[in-house]
Design a protein around this ligand. Structure first.
Ligand code: SF4
Length: 242
């Protein structure tokens, strides 16, 4: 596990590492950059490079060691629903999450088709929040796949937001995160796109979390929208399976 600076979670847990790019949102993949760095530092878990998907049996015991309740982002360094992750291993990850109902596990994927395909073969306790990335209108079908899965709490991560999303279908969606791209050459995010999503969330009574404007200097750009910080989340305490 690792402490994280990601604003909408507390810890990251990576039972899988490595991935391959699947859509425009992957262009400046943070996990790829971090993997390269960790490999250069000699960290064993990343020795095979980013493009090799690896499962880590030893990581499965980690959540049993956490003493206090945590909000945990699962697989910040991969995509749990990647085709190279065996179903049997995904089921074991889900079993670990089920065994640890005092924690909230946030699972985010771009492989929403596989998520829907195998959802019936997974068990869905209340403490698993399932999300899909929606970076622009070309990938909104991921939301339909998400809706079809068995998760009690469903969320969208619109980050990096690289295009407008004027017609989001937010039916059965509990939470939307929006953020701009950061790094050396970030693609710009139009403030109107963000305001539009915020308004759609407000109308649909969906929790809205504005993570960051991003850009070359993301600290300076900050995370205020209309002079306000939007940190809404689904009700964590109510939804923990305790
Ligand atoms: S799916 Fe996620 S982890 Fe995989 S390449 Fe794309 S951004 Fe990176």
């Amino acid at each position: 596990m690792a402490q994280t600076s990601i604003e909408w979670t507390e810890l990251t847990w990576n039972p899988v590492t490595g991935c391959t790019k699947i859509s425009a949102g992957c262009k400046f993949c943070y996990a790829e950059v971090m993997s390269r760095r960790l490999k250069a530092m000699g960290v064993d878990k990343y020795k095979d490079g980013f493009k090799k998907v690896r499962i880590h049996e030893d990581a499965l015991r980690i959540p049993y060691t956490w003493k206090k309740s945590k909000v945990v982002f699962v697989n910040s360094m991969s995509d749990l629903f990647h085709k190279d992750v065996p179903l049997e291993f995904i089921q074991r990850v889900f079993q670990v999450m089920r065994d640890n109902g005092q924690h909230v596990f946030q699972v985010l994927t771009k492989r929403a088709d596989r998520l829907a395909e195998i959802s019936d073969q997974l068990t869905w306790p209340h403490n698993i929040w399932m999300g899909v990335s929606v970076e622009d209108e070309r990938v909104t079908e991921r939301i339909d796949f998400l809706r079809a899965c068995g998760a009690r709490v469903k969320f969208l991560s619109c980050e990096p937001l690289i295009g407008p999303l004027p017609n989001l279908n937010l039916k059965a969606i509990d939470w939307v995160i929006v953020g701009g791209e950061s790094g050396h050459n970030p693609r710009p995010m139009n403030p109107d796109w963000v305001l539009d999503i915020q308004e759609q969330c407000q109308q649909a009574n969906v929790a809205f979390f504005f993570k960051q404007w991003g850009g070359k200097n993301k600290k300076k750009a900050g995370r205020e929208l209309n002079g306000k910080t939007y940190d809404e989340m689904p009700e964590v305490e109510l939804l923990r399976n305790i």
